[in-house]
Design a protein around this ligand. Structure first.
Ligand SMILES: Cc1cc2nc3c(=O)[nH]c(=O)nc-3n(C[C@H](O)[C@H](O)[C@H](O)COP(=O)(O)OP(=O)(O)OC[C@H]3O[C@@H](n4cnc5c(N)ncnc54)[C@H](O)[C@@H]3O)c2cc1C
Length: 646
């Protein structure tokens, strides 16, 4: 990022003076959610950043003289939660609610959104549909410009370098009116629209006909565009849902997305333009007339269930997969475990602590794990292959045997019992023939340290049983098998192709669950990851359509960017019902098997089967994007004989 001077004027007047002084070398910054991204990408390099976020005078939402006034610094969060806008300009409130996520919404302003002038700008779209104007102040005074005139092209406005957006002014129509907003993106939050539409309607006094309809389309042209033919078609027509459906195809014709558009092909965008435009007008009509659209919208949705199972092997055949540990009991009876299994949030430190405590019959809080640092831990193969619990636990058990041997030797001297007759139980070393004859483990450790001058320490290496198969494919290539099954329930929107996973029932065979809560968390995390693969995470070589490869063409099959490789957010999390089956695994530590990677493995096929169950189209390549589903649905419809032909 180039060096810049940061200035934070205290008033609009001071801001205007600075802008006049520095001209094109200055850049206004409000929330900074666009400016900082551009600066970071070196797309802009202003010499002066003029921070206006402190101008509280420009942060308001109020009604005055039949107009709504939204100050340029009103944030998306404030707009989203404004009762006034929810009542009188619902499209704007909805657009704000659909922007980004809470953190961005708390900073991002309406002035910034408008000035950005992107065809995907959600607030821009709503303000156009509501017939809003922008009040701009500059050295020559103020002007009030219809937003459409303000937007002169993609990322281009009529704003001069020395001008500031002061507010957005939205007329409140007299009579029965309403507005609506629809957005389609790759996921439910933190997504730029693939296509979007906003609409406002004014009905005749009796509510029977459309007096005025405005439909704005977003991400469907170089800038926000009006669907003029759809608007004209509805003008004067009965204000009914049927009428909207009859004419919606016109909106698809008005859309003119770039053939090299990102996020979806031009074909798909035109298809959904009609659907979104119709739905936005329906929302506006519903707001005006107080209609409930639940049943109407449900008609386009189909539900289905799918099931899939997975089998996974612990360690690849014949692959070296060792885990080494140092386990040392200190003179106070506490234990230090040095192990290379790395905690990356999966909970391995917890499980390793549990197993060390269990192996030595001491409380968890008496175990300290040292990990994540090759300077202080012995060798481990890595946090891969679902092996942490299995390999780490087995190594701990082996090392604990050596610690126990020293403790038994110390206890045998201290309480005069033959070492072979000793065992550990509830913090004591006890005589198995007379359990009341005992010594606390800590005392035995102290005795070992100071009387025997021996360190109760164990160092162990564990290699899972895994040998490469011989030339006749015989051998013992796998340490253990484990299993997983998923039932997914989906809802497919047959008009847009959007599939949503509503419920996941997932069960893992984890051997003995060392920590049931962590097993369930693995199953839940795996389910969300699988849904991402199934529906969103696109690492394909770019989108193509009739005009050839798009700008996302990518022969290396790598994710193009984090926009196309859209990882599911918490908002996309369905209801996950996790479960596990406990089957004691003789090769595993305390009977445990892995639960990690496999938890993600059967989710995607279950989702694909559920889509087939819902709408009868079987897809094979991930992700099952809305575009692929819609295309498959149309091909299926074309292949089916028409009722007349039958
Ligand atoms: C993770 C992420 C997700 C996003 N998701 C969405 C989304 O879903 N929908 C969407 O529409 N946008 C989205 N955006 C874009 C961005 O948040 C919006 O465009 C936002 O409204 C910009 O407002 P801001 O105050 O942050 O603008 P800034 O970044 O401060 O400024 C943006 C532009 O506006 C100019 N400007 C700002 N205020 C004024 C003013 N008062 N007068 C004159 N010029 C001004 C600046 O000079 C700059 O050119 C996203 C951004 C991020 C980083």
């Amino acid at each position: 990022m180039r060096e810049f001077e940061y200035v934070a004027p205290a008033s609009v007047e001071e801001t205007l003076r600075l802008l006049e002084e520095h001209g094109a070398e200055a850049m206004v910054m409000a929330g900074g959610t666009d400016v900082l991204v551009w600066m970071n990408r070196r797309e802009v390099a202003p010499k002066y950043v003029v921070y206006v976020g402190g101008l509280e005078d420009l942060r308001y939402i109020r009604e005055e003289d039949g107009y709504l006034h939204v100050g340029a610094l009103a944030t998306q969060a404030e707009i989203a939660s404004s009762p006034l806008l929810a009542e009188k300009a619902e499209a704007l409130a909805l657009a704000a609610r659909n922007c980004a996520g809470p953190a961005v919404r708390n900073l991002a302003t309406i002035g910034g959104n408008l000035a950005t002038a992107t065809p995907a700008g959600d607030l821009i779209l709503a303000v156009v549909a509501l017939g809003g104007k922008v009040r701009i102040r500059g050295p020559k005074g103020e002007r009030l410009v219809p937003l459409e005139d303000f937007l002169v092209g993609p990322q281009m406005t009529s704003l001069a370098a020395d001008e500031l957006i002061i507010e957005v002014v939205i007329p409140i129509p007299a009579g029965t009116c309403g507005s609506g907003f629809q957005k389609l993106g790759k996921r439910k939050a933190m997504t730029i629209s693939t296509a979007s539409a906003a609409a406002s309607v004014v009905l005749s006094a009796d509510g029977a006909t459309f007096e005025k309809v405005v439909v704005a389309l977003g991400s469907l042209g170089p800038t926000v565009i009006h669907s003029e033919s759809f608007e004209r078609a509805l003008q004067g027509k009965p204000a009914t849902l049927e009428e909207i459906q009859n004419w919606r195809y016109l909106a698809g014709g008005d859309a003119c997305p770039s053939p090299r558009a990102r996020r979806a092909s031009a074909w798909y965008r035109c298809e959904v333009a009609a659907v979104l435009a119709a739905r936005a007008v329906e929302d506006a009509l519903a707001a005006a007339k107080g209609l409930d659209l639940t049943a109407h919208r449900a008609a386009a949705k189909k539900r289905g269930k799918g099931i899939a199972g997975a089998i996974y092997s612990l360690t690849p055949p014949g692959f070296p997969n060792p885990c080494a540990v140092n386990l040392q009991m200190r003179e106070d009876g506490s234990v230090v475990l040095q192990i290379g299994v790395v905690e990356i949030g999966q909970g391995s430190n917890t499980v390793l602590t549990q197993m060390a405590a269990e192996a030595l019959c001491i409380p968890y809080q008496n175990v300290t794990v040292y990990t994540n640092d090759t300077g202080t831990t012995p060798y481990d193969f890595g946090t891969v292959s679902s092996r942490g619990t299995f390999a780490g636990g087995n190594a701990i058990i082996k090392a604990a045997e050596q610690v126990k041997a020293v403790l038994y030797e110390a206890a045998s001297v201290a309480i005069k019992v033959h070492p072979e007759n000793l065992y550990l139980s509830a913090g004591f070393v006890r005589d198995k023939y007379d359990p009341d004859r005992k010594i606390p483990i800590g005392e035995a450790a102290r005795f070992a340290h100071f009387a025997l001058k021996k360190l109760p320490i164990g160092t162990a290496y564990f290699y899972p049983k895994s040998f490469a198969a011989d030339d006749k494919s015989q051998g013992e290539p796998i340490a253990a098998f484990y299993y997983h099954a998923t039932v997914a329930e989906v809802e497919v929107d047959t008009e847009t192709g959007v599939a949503e996973v509503t419920d996941v029932y997932a069960v893992v065979d984890c051997g003995q669950a060392i920590n049931p809560l962590l097993v369930e968390a693995q199953v839940e995390g795996g389910a969300l990851q699988a849904i991402g693969w199934a529906l969103r995470e696109d690492a394909q070589p770019g989108l193509t359509d009739a005009s050839g490869p798009s700008e996302t063409y990518n022969p290396d099959f790598m994710p193009v960017d984090l926009e196309s490789y859209a990882i599911a957010t918490s908002m996309d999390m369905p209801e996950v019902h996790p479960g596990y089956v406990e089957v004691f695994e003789p090769e595993g530590p305390f009977g445990a098997k892995p639960a990690g990677e496999i938890s993600a493995n059967s989710g995607a096929p279950a989702v694909f089967s559920a889509i087939y169950d819902a709408v009868g189209v079987r897809l094979y390549d991930m992700p099952a994007s809305p575009e692929k589903i819609l295309r498959a649905l149309q091909e299926k419809a074309q292949a089916e004989p028409s009722p007349v032909a039958r």
